[in-house]
Design a protein around this ligand. Structure first.
Ligand SMILES: [Zn+2]
Length: 439
């Protein structure tokens, strides 16, 4: 027994030593492997995976999943902020910013998508999934979607023996809200001796409802509050990817000296990859050449721009269409994810208030000056039924486009050179931009 404890302690200390220098980005797979030791949980995970793959093996389902969906899925989020120190009690603004980033990245509106290499630039998917802070709690009362709970300093979070402490009030964390109505995100401290041990982890579809959701180390939730290269809010994008069934792009087969290209992430259009990126953006690496039939005779480089790699945040820029299809395979088969698609809990006023205040910042109109075409891009579509009205300097409406999408192109032919006001609005939000037409 003593020997066993000594071995555990040595492994524990070795882990601390390694992570003190380089925190692991994601603990999803080790937590998953641990959960699989419970036969009932394992059976449920296998059932979820099997059902999703069967659904996706139908070519019609697969084709429909890749297409633009008829309606955007709105996922209500509850953020459980469990803190020991004041700085871990992150402000609402940091939470709202992370929700914005989720919406941006899941709709392909992240500005760094423009830096995707040409070989991949048609593969990016607007997942048609958006997020908001929940408006109603499980008892039916109004909520901001943010729960704050002070944990005594003695409670701690044990990243070795019980990471899921944060998910239960019995262990000084906070209980999950029903996973068929909310995406639970716990924001807490998982550091060891003041050093980040892991940035976050998630559950896959099919697991224990009481543990279902995402956990993020406090400073990595939001934008610009952690040290580079993990400072642009991509940790939550990655972990929510796992929540929708995404595997790591290198398929976690990077241990040992053989078989590194054998495993797959169950997605055709993500190139096979031998190992995770090292928080960098290595655009020259091509670690495997045994690609899925999707690629034909092409041997693409590693897709380090994918959210499911371990690249630097500034590098991560896309989910592929194949990954979108896999997300929808779970959204159409796993009972909790199916329910989540039509959650009745609504979106709260914090998000809408913020959207109203800042909507001008989410609308981009270019080029300016313009000649024949005007692009109107909107990075937040939580507001629906948007329209674009163009007025001349006399205040006359000269053009109107309804039902705007994220990216819109407006013909300017017939409009004379001069100054115009472009108004993008619906019943709740409004943004105003000035443009010049010059030919
Ligand atoms: Zn991961």
């Amino acid at each position: 027994m003593k020997k066993q404890l000594l071995t555990i302690s040595l492994v524990f200390l070795a882990s601390i030593f390694c992570y003190a220098q380089n925190p692991d980005k994601c603990a999803t797979m080790p937590v998953y492997q641990k959960q699989l030791q419970n036969p009932a949980i394992k059976a449920n995970y296998i059932k979820a995976e099997t059902s999703a793959r069967n659904w996706l093996s139908n070519p019609v389902n697969k084709a429909n999943a890749v297409k633009k969906q008829n309606s955007t899925i709105i996922v209500p989020v509850v953020v459980h902020v469990v803190y020991k120190t004041a700085i871990q009690n992150i402000p609402d603004s940091q939470i709202v910013r992370q929700i914005q980033l989720l919406n941006e990245c899941y709709s392909l509106q992240n500005p760094n998508y423009s830096s995707i290499r040409a070989i991949f630039d048609t593969l990016g998917a607007n997942t048609d999934i958006q997020f908001c802070l929940a408006a109603t709690d499980p008892q039916g009362n109004p909520t901001t979607g943010i729960i704050r709970k002070s944990a005594p300093s003695s409670a701690g979070f044990d990243p070795i023996l019980n990471m899921d402490k944060v998910k239960s009030s019995a262990t000084n964390g906070d209980d999950a809200w029903p996973n068929g109505q909310y995406l639970n995100i716990w924001v807490c401290d998982m550091s060891l001796f003041g050093t980040a041990f892991v940035l976050g982890y998630s559950t896959f579809p099919g697991g224990d409802p009481a543990l279902d959701g995402v956990v993020i180390q406090s400073e990595y939730f939001g934008y610009g509050t952690a040290a580079a290269p993990n400072n642009l809010g991509r940790t939550a994008i990655h972990e929510v990817g796992h929540f929708f069934g995404m595997r790591h792009i290198w398929a976690d087969d990077d241990s040992g000296s053989t078989g590194q290209c054998d495993s797959i992430d169950f997605v055709d259009d993500t190139p096979n990859q031998a190992a995770k990126s090292q928080s960098d953006c290595n655009l020259t690496i091509n670690s495997c050449s045994n690609e899925a039939p999707y690629w034909g005779t092409i041997d693409p480089p590693d897709m380090v721009e994918n959210y499911m790699d371990y690249s630097a945040d500034g590098c991560m820029a896309l989910f592929t269409k194949g990954q979108k299809a896999r997300m929808y395979s779970f959204l159409n088969t796993d009972s909790a994810r199916v329910l989540l698609k039509s959650s009745p809990v609504g979106c709260n006023s914090v998000g809408i208030k913020e959207l109203k205040t800042n909507f001008n910042n989410y609308v981009f109109v270019y080029p300016n000056p313009a000649s024949d075409l005007l692009h109107v891009n909107i990075t937040r579509l939580t507001a629906q039924n948007l329209q674009c009205d163009i007025y001349n300097t006399n205040g006359q409406l000269v053009k109107s486009i309804t039902q705007l999408d994220f990216q819109n192109t407006i013909q300017l032919s017939g409009l004379a050179d001069g100054l115009y006001v472009v108004k993008v609005h619906n019943s709740e939000v409004s943004a105003t931009k000035k443009i010049t037409i010059a030919r």
